[in-house]
Design a protein. Structure first.
Length: 200
């Protein structure tokens, strides 16, 4: 606001100075008309005054333009800083709100997934002892990873019929990449028997 007042004062001074110079120029022209005998001398003075007037007018215009440009640049910089500050504050608030909302959702999802994993692991351990298990529980051996169970079907009765790699799934869960690889190896019969002897 101070810059505007200063600029207005400078412009008022410039207008006043220009008005005064115009009045002086007009007076000089009147004197030239009255003094015809000093015409040559007066014309020289008038030309000199006119040059001074033009020079002064140019200096005042330049000064006013510089003052205005300085004020404008300062105002633009102030507005830019305020806008940047406001935008950063809004972005920070939006991020914090998003973070709080997302964190709550992530925590709820993690709890849900954790409960599903714990439930699934419990089901895997207890599956052989449930009435729906199609094999003798004595023939099942729990591994947990990379597959859940190996069933030696008929071993407890002394009549081993087959060895089954068994993966227990609940709900709509699907096989992992490692489980699919094991299924592929068993399906293509790339299974072998080896002994490893250690001398003691």
């Amino acid at each position: 606001m101070n810059e505007i007042l200063i600029l207005a004062l400078l412009l008022a001074l410039a207008v006043t100075a220009i008005t005064i110079l115009i009045i002086l120029c007009w007076q000089l022209q009147s004197q030239v008309g009255a003094r015809a005998r000093d015409l040559t001398h007066s014309q020289t003075q008038l030309s000199s005054r006119n040059d001074e007037f033009i020079q002064l007018q140019s200096q005042l215009n330049n000064l006013a333009q510089r003052q205005f440009a300085t004020w404008r640049d300062q105002e633009i910089q102030t507005i830019r800083e305020e806008l940047h500050k406001n935008i950063m504050e809004q972005a920070r608030n939006a991020f914090q709100q998003w973070q709080m909302e997302t964190e709550a959702n992530i925590r709820a999802d993690a709890i849900k997934r954790s409960a599903a994993v714990v439930s699934g692991k419990g089901t895997e351990h207890l599956m052989p002892y449930m009435g729906i298990f199609p094999y003798n529980p004595k023939d099942a051996r729990f591994l947990g990873a990379p597959i859940d169970l190996i069933v030696f079907n008929g071993l407890s009765e002394g009549n081993l019929q087959e060895i089954i790699f068994l993966e227990v799934k609940t709900g709509a869960s699907s096989l992992s990449a490692r489980e699919r690889q094991i299924r592929e190896i068993v399906s293509t019969r790339k299974v072998s028997w080896k002994e490893f002897r250690v001398n003691t």
